[in-house]
Design a protein around this ligand. Structure first.
Ligand SMILES: Nc1ncnc2c1ncn2[C@@H]1O[C@H](COP(=O)(O)OP(=O)(O)OP(=O)(O)O)[C@@H](O)[C@H]1O
Ligand SMILES: O=P(O)(O)OC[C@H]1O[C@H](OP(=O)(O)OP(=O)(O)O)[C@H](O)[C@@H]1O
Ligand SMILES: [Mg+2]
Length: 284
């Protein structure tokens, strides 16, 4: 019994997908042009595919699970379950217009010609807003469309915005925020579900660890109550006496997103010699 996983063959999600497996202790070798690989130390078979095909493969149970962007998942509109967001491949699907244009709201799009690789999502948005527009589907280099007279507007993926900028366009409306997600077939057997649960446990431990830091600091004992308030830790902070009397070392875990704010407050409360180290795995 193996779990079959579909990942992107190349492109934006490939490396992060393989790295995630690696962080989960699963090594997958994929040589050049190799489209299938078996993990060495987990009952996992990996298929390397165009991302567009992944939802269909998972719906059909050719692959039990897959890693794909939410943008592709929504566009393909297949019957699969989303299991877990994976925190990479973050981007948004937005309308963009030539930078000299004035766009106040979506009524601007009425009667316009829109170039996109996401005709289904774009059409849904227009329908919700009651707008009639012409959608011109193209599979790549969408940002070029206005400058060569193919369209008035584009609806495409944006991350840093540099592709839009380089093509004289400006982002005017975001219709979807996306990241890579783990999807699964709706009718998984119990053995595959068990393997998926095992994999998911590892993925969650890895992701939790990435979102947290281990913090060590020294503080005078009278500052400890204030410091405990700032550092609840996984259960409660670890406190060890320092060789110098009246001082302690405090160890705890801190969420990445509240990191800088907390560090300031800890310093104000009397913390010194603060060390922050990455956590490799975090099992709750
Ligand atoms: N600029 C970006 N920053 C971050 N994530 C992105 C960016 N562009 C795309 N993505 C995400 O990565 C996914 C794959 O993007 P990529 O450009 O590699 O797709 P593709 O060219 O369609 O590849 P394929 O050859 O597999 O069809 C997208 O569907 C999206 O979820
Ligand atoms: O806002 P930015 O950071 O510039 O990123 C946006 C660009 O990234 C993606 O294309 P990608 O570079 O993956 O090439 P592709 O269109 O050939 O897949 C997307 O289709 C945009 O063109
Ligand atoms: Mg694709």
């Amino acid at each position: 019994m193996v779990l079959k996983l579909a990942v992107q063959k190349g492109g934006r999600l490939h490396e992060d997908s393989i790295q995630l497996l690696k962080d989960c202790g699963i090594s997958v070798k994929n040589g050049h042009n190799q489209l299938k690989s078996t993990a060495e130390n987990f009952p996992l078979e990996v298929y390397f595919l165009r991302d567009d095909d992944i939802p269909q493969y998972v719906e059909d149970a050719v692959a039990h699970i897959g890693i794909v962007g939410e943008n592709v998942l929504l566009e393909k509109n297949k019957q699969v379950d989303t299991v877990e967001p994976l925190g990479f491949g973050k981007c948004r699907l937005s309308f963009a217009v030539p930078k000299g244009e004035t766009y106040t709201n979506s009524t601007y799009l009425q009667g316009k010609k829109i170039a996109t690789s996401y005709p289904f999502i774009t059409q849904q948005f227009l329908k919700e807003k009651g707008i009639q527009a012409e959608i011109h589907e193209i599979s790549g280099s969408v940002e070029l469309a206005p400058s060569i007279g193919l369209a008035d507007v584009v609806c495409d993926l944006v991350s840093s915005g540099s592709t839009l900028f380089m093509n004289g366009l400006k982002e005017v409306e975001t219709i979807l925020k996306s990241q890579a997600v783990l999807i699964k077939n709706k009718g998984l057997g119990s053995e595959q579900q068990q393997l998926l649960d095992k994999l998911l446990f590892r993925i969650r431990s890895v992701r939790k660890a990435k979102n947290n830091k281990y913090i060590l600091l020294n503080a005078p004992n009278e500052a400890l109550p204030k410091i405990f308030e700032l550092l609840p830790g996984m259960k409660s902070p670890t406190v060890l006496p320092l060789a110098e009397t009246g001082w302690s070392s405090v160890h705890s875990v801190l969420a990445e997103d509240e990191f800088w704010e907390k560090i300031e407050k800890l310093k104000q409360a009397g913390a010194q010699g603060i060390l922050v180290v990455p956590i490799e795995k975090m099992i709750m």
